[in-house]
Design a protein around this ligand. Structure first.
Ligand code: AMP
Ligand code: ZN
Length: 112
């Protein structure tokens, strides 16, 4: 996916503030944070959005949640929110699957 922003970050063609990396996953700081801690949990595999994932991605999707939980713990977060925006109507602006991991302040419910 040559023009995809998060694929370029995964390929290190664009720099990011990395928090965690393994063979399947990147976690980096959001450039426009909406909470004191706001990082993005991103698979290196290009999947445009959650609804484009396939059965073959089940293990990867589970892995992303485990990474999110471990990174939250490493950042000292007990309470946090993990959310993915699926589609423009939900607020998705980057078409590469990512989970927002946010914490460090009280979260409102429901989100806007
Ligand atoms: P979404 O709107 O759910 O698709 O989330 C995309 C997120 O990516 C937004 O919170 C942006 O602030 C963030 N973002 C965009 N470009 C970059 C970048 N180069 N590095 C880090 N975060 C980015
Ligand atoms: Zn991509």
């Amino acid at each position: 996916m040559g023009s995809c922003l998060f694929c370029k970050i995964a390929a290190k063609e664009i720099s990011s503030q990395l928090v965690f990396e393994d063979e399947r996953t990147l976690v980096f700081k959001d450039v426009n944070p909406k909470a004191p801690t706001h990082v993005l949990v991103v698979p290196k595999k290009h999947i445009a959005r959650l609804s484009d994932s396939m059965d073959e991605d089940k293990d990867l999707l589970g892995h992303l949640q485990r990474v999110a939980a471990q990174v939250a713990a490493s950042l000292g977060l007990d309470s946090f929110r993990l959310v993915t925006n699926n589609g423009r109507g939900a607020g998705q602006t980057v078409d590469h699957l990512h989970y927002h991991l946010m914490g460090g302040r009280t979260m409102e419910w429901p989100p806007g």
